[in-house]
Structure formats: C-alpha cells, structure tokens
Ligand binder design. Structure first.
Ligand code: URP
Ligand code: ZN
Ligand code: ZN
Length: 483
C-alpha cells in the first residue's frame, strides 16, 4: 500500500487486550493499516525496541478553569497541552464551571473560546453548582445535545457543593438526556464541622487538610452518591478515589449490577499525608482533595485497580504555583489550610508514574495499563474507538514508549507553567519518546512541536455504556429517559 502518509515501523503495539509486533500505517490522520512490513509510506518512523501505546486519554484535567473567586487556574490550554503531549497524553476532558447564582451560559462560551488554543484534542465536563429549573430544564439538555455529555457535581467545597435533593435532580436530568455524572465524594458538613474544630484548636498548617477529611468522610459520600444514583438508575463515575473504604463501596455496587465506575490518580499511589507535613508551607504542594493517605492505603488501591473496581487513572491536573501570589499562596504564605487552593499538577507525569509503579512493579500488566490510561476513559466518556485505541479507523494518536528509560522526575523536565511538581525526585522507569496526534509528530523527547489551536473539540454523541439499567424501585420511573 503506497498511499500511506506515514508508517511507524518495527514497534510493539500495546492495546487493552494484548501486545503484538506490527507496523502502523497512517493516512489522513487516522490509522489505515496494521500489519507486518507495510509497504510504502511517504514518511517512516523507526520504532524498533519501543512500545506503541494509544495516546493517553486524561478525563480529569483542570485547565485554565475560572474559579468563583475570580482566579483562573494558571496552566493555560497551551501550556497544559504542551505538558500533556510531552507526557504522551493526546486527549483531555476539562471542566467548564457554573457559578452559583449564574446560568451555565455565563461561563461556557468564554471557556470554549479559551479552549480553542488547545494543542490536544479535548472535550468538557460541565460542572453544575446551581441546578435551577432553567439549568435543569433547558441549559443541561442543550449542552448535552451539543456534545458535552458529562456533568460534574461536588458533594463538598464552598461554594460548589450541591445537596442531596439537588444531586437527585441533576442525576434525573442526566438520565433523561443521556449523560454521565461524575461525582466528587466527600461529606460537606462533616468537613466543615471538623475544620472548625481544627481551626479552633489552632491546627492550621497544611497537614491538617488531611485531618479535616479522613477516609470516613469520603466513604460516606461515596456510599450516598451511589445510593442516590441507584434510586434514579443513573450511571455515575466516582472521581479521584483515594482510599480502600470508598473503593469497597464501588465494588459492592458493581457486584449488585449498578453502573458505577471508579477513577483514581497517581497522587494516591506515590504521595501521602506525610508529604503535607513537610516543614513550613511546603506541605501545600501536596494538598489536594481527597487527601493522599499512606503507603498501606496505596497498596490497597492498587488491588482495586488490578481487579477492575477502579478502572480509570486520571491526573486531576490542577495548575496552582507554589511561589507568587496566584496559586498556593493566594491568601498568603501563612494561610490556614482551608484557604490554600486544593489541587496539584500532574498531566505530564500521569502515564510515567502509572507505568512505572503499575507495570514496572508488577501490580498490573501492560494491557491493564493501556486500559486504565487510554481505552477505559475513552469508552466511559463516549470517545471510543476514535480515541483510546490503536485500530484501523481510529485517530492516529500514538505514543512511542521506551520501557527501559529511567528518569528522575524534576520540574525542569516538565512543560506545564507551574513552578513545581509534587513528584520532584521520584524515579520512574518508562518514558515517552515521541507522541503522534492525528498522525502529526507533536512531541519528541520532551520538545513539543505543535501550534496552539491545532486541538479539536470532541463532541460526544449518545453511547450504550451509559444507558440506564432499567432497574427501578417499585418499578416507578421518576425520571423517564427520552425516546
Ligand atoms: O484537590 C483537587 N482535587 N482539586 C481539584 C478540584 C477537584 O476536586 O477535582
Ligand atoms: Zn473533585
Ligand atoms: Zn479535579
């Protein structure tokens, strides 16, 4: 076949179901042929000795996201894209916020405009904080029809959280119109109450962030979100699971046949509460919610990953700098823990940490790694098989991966705009060598070769995985799906 634009030759293609030596032929930005010794190709890339992975799909990235206090996450669509591509991630889903007292329309068009600078392909989750009748009855159906087929709700955080009734109403609208609901599960009132007690006792340092939200707070909210989703018969994904207790709730629901999926993130494998106890303000570098736990908890999480209870590894990338006055020090270098912005950067390091800690240390196999970081997130969010696969017809998003390359992570290697990485000094084995996005070389050895604006918005249509199960209490459908 001589009409190929590009042949990637001699590599081993890794998919969610196994690995095989095969050349990959690319035409018009898509995979056109897989086979031995493909003929022709206007250009060739030698991949001998390397793995070919589907481009990473990171379905949890906070990029250039406005917050209710008027701040904007520091990583822009350009810098976060650069970091993603250098790290082997070619697709991301990020968050368009709604602010209480305002319609979705107050932010979504502006956010869409910012995203047009992206160099990765992208989609949005719509955050819902104020589910008024108009938001539920008009705005959400319209954005789902427009291809934004996932909603995010927070069960905690001022000023984002929704109460149980609001959550039920959001779940019902998602069911009716066909969207996945993703949930941040921590108990708002419990954290408030405990935070007040900690502050009253003078316990204000970053490490008390973890004390304000122990696993029981996450387990309770996870249980409640799952129960409410069961009542509505609406599929959900539990975001950033940090502990065994919460994962057990998901495992039990899945055993009952409920459509519940669980996401975890690299920070819950390699960071811990002890990091938040570093001297001075340094603990702020590790503050995210839920809080990283400890090594024993991480091992338990890996077991849930290995058995499929947690089936997506995302980054929860959050661009807050350590120095300066925009990020972690927004309220000063001696701010109490509730005033320190939550979240840590990780879009570039996600694949390397998951590979090294997972495959490299024998906790998961290569096929599971591909499933967790590309195929499962693509399936769950309606992007498969365009994304998350190396298959004929899929977008030619491919990462050439050197399984033997040892790297000590340092912020100097990273392309984000953030002045630190919480993974500074962590040694990983396995690193991306070259990234293709729709057949274009977009990163080579950490050097990004892409133009702002090359990224495409991925409108997501209806898909089977998130259809309700039809199991209803008393057989009564309180939120009938549209025909
Ligand atoms: O601490 C975190 N995870 N910050 C980002 C916002 C969220 O909860 O996902
Ligand atoms: Zn969250
Ligand atoms: Zn997040």
């Amino acid at each position: 076949m001589s009409d190929l634009d590009l042949v990637v030759r001699g590599g081993t293609v890794a998919t969610a179901s196994g690995a095989m030596r095969t050349d990959v032929g690319i035409r018009g930005g898509r995979i056109a042929a897989l086979g031995e010794s493909l003929k022709g190709g206007a250009r060739e890339i030698d991949a001998a000795g390397l793995l070919l992975l589907p481009g990473g799909v990171d379905t949890h990235c906070h990029i250039e996201q406005p917050e209710a206090d008027g701040t904007v996450h520091e990583d822009s669509f350009v810098t976060a894209s650069a970091a993603a591509l250098a790290g082997g991630t070619t697709t991301a889903i990020c968050f368009s916020p709604q602010f209480k007292g305002h319609p979705i329309a107050a932010t979504l068009p502006g956010y869409r405009a910012r995203a047009r600078k992206a160099m990765i392909d992208y989609s949005f989750h719509q955050i819902i904080t104020d589910p008024t009748d108009d938001v539920l009855g008009r705005e959400i159906p319209a954005l789902i029809a427009d291809g934004i087929r996932s909603l995010k709700v927070f069960m905690t955080y001022d000023p984002l959280h929704v109460d149980d009734r609001q959550l039920l109403r959001i779940l019902a609208v998602a069911r009716r119109h066909g969207a996945l609901v993703t949930v941040h599960c921590e108990n708002y009132e419990a954290i408030r109450w405990r935070t007040e007690a900690l502050l009253a006792a003078g316990l204000t340092a970053p490490k008390y962030h973890a004390w304000s939200r122990p696993p029981v707070v996450e387990r309770e909210a996870t249980h409640r979100a799952i129960a409410l989703a069961e009542l509505v018969d609406q599929p959900i994904q539990i975001f950033h699971v940090s502990c065994d207790e919460a994962a057990e709730e998901i495992a039990r629901a899945r055993a009952r046949g409920q459509k519940v999926w669980g996401e975890t993130c690299p920070q819950y494998f390699v960071l811990g509460a002890a990091d938040m106890d570093r001297p001075g303000f340094e603990g702020a570098k590790f503050m995210c919610s839920p809080a990283p736990r400890d090594a024993a908890e991480s091992e338990k999480l890996w077991r849930h990953v290995a058995r499929g209870t947690l089936d997506v590894i995302s980054s929860d990338h959050c661009g807050y700098s350590y120095e300066g006055d925009k990020g972690k020090r927004l309220h000063g270098a001696d701010a109490s823990f509730p005033d320190i912005p939550n979240g840590i950067p990780g879009v570039q390091t996600r694949l390397a940490i998951a590979f090294s800690e997972g495959v490299g240390k024998g906790r998961i196999d290569l096929a599971q790694f591909v499933a967790l970081t590309a195929t499962n997130p693509a399936r769950l969010f309606g992007l498969y098989p365009r994304k998350g696969a190396i298959a004929v017809g899929s977008d030619a998003d491919i990462v050439l991966w050197d399984t033997a390359r040892r790297v000590r992570i340092s912020n100097g290697l990273l392309r984000h705009a953030i002045d630190y990485t919480p993974y500074e000094g962590l040694e990983v084995t396995g690193w991306p060598v070259l990234t293709l996005s729709r057949g274009e070389v977009v990163a080579r050895d950490g050097v990004v070769q892409a133009e702002p604006g090359r990224g495409q918005f991925l409108a997501r249509g209806p898909y089977d995985l998130i259809r309700p199960t039809g199991r209803l209490a008393n057989g009564f459908d309180a939120a009938p799906a549209l025909p």
